[in-house]
Design a binder for this molecule. Sequence first.
Ligand code: MF3
Ligand code: CO
Ligand code: CO
Length: 263
Amino acid sequence: MLMARQPQASIKTPVEQEAMRVAGRLAADVLDLIGPQVVPGITTGELDRICHDYIVNVRQAVPAPLHYRGFPRSICTSVNHVVCHGIPGPRVLRSGDIVNVDITVIRDGFHGDSSRMFLVGDCPVQARRLCRIAHEALWRGIGVVAPGRTLGDIGHAIQQHVEAEGYSVVQEYCGHGIGRAFHEDPQVLHYGTPGTGLMLEPGMTFTIEPMVNAGQRHVKLLGDGWTVVTRDHSLSAQWEHTVLVTADGVEVLTLGAAERVRS
Ligand code: MF3
Ligand code: CO
Ligand code: CO
């Protein structure tokens, strides 16, 4: 008889945790920088260029997506029915669009990964509501992180909130352990059953990044090999934080300046 293999998660030392704080703060700084520039008339390619230049030239860090498994740009920009991994390019943002900007940086060998939704100009009430519920879902997930809780507890909290609001959770993509590698074990599913899965321990670092669809949960991959869209073309929203499990709960490593003053 063989024991079933449990997915592992590395425990970061205090020195590694500090490096993760620095990387996480940097990712948050990039989002703080780009947010006010997500306005009607700008292209997603211009957003990529601004972020790239800031990360590389101002902060002397590395944009992790660039050349990652062949990804051609430094950030991901996912507009409207794009679920995730949208490639920045000539698309001009228009009033009423919703866009996820996903930033991952490498600083002194450690990764920080965070994404936010931005409303371009005036957005319909349904689009604003979707973005709000997806944000709440992320925080429901963060809210259960503590030693002794499980990955299933996180997934359940997210799924329960999203489905109670009439939306659906994407299942093909998930959060992930993070550290010296961009994507480490374990996989952090955004749906699940309480009390199941890996038990959380102090020193683990991982992302939570629920993708929430206004319609059905199903997705399809476009021919560029990256862009993921909703199969029914309904709107999709995603927010992401990198978190550290602490002795008595959770520390969110990618809080923006506005979130830091309140916590
Ligand atoms: N930042 C994404 C995540 O949250 C991954 C992007 S992979 C890329 O895991 F290659 F598209 F950049
Ligand atoms: Co991530
Ligand atoms: Co990300």
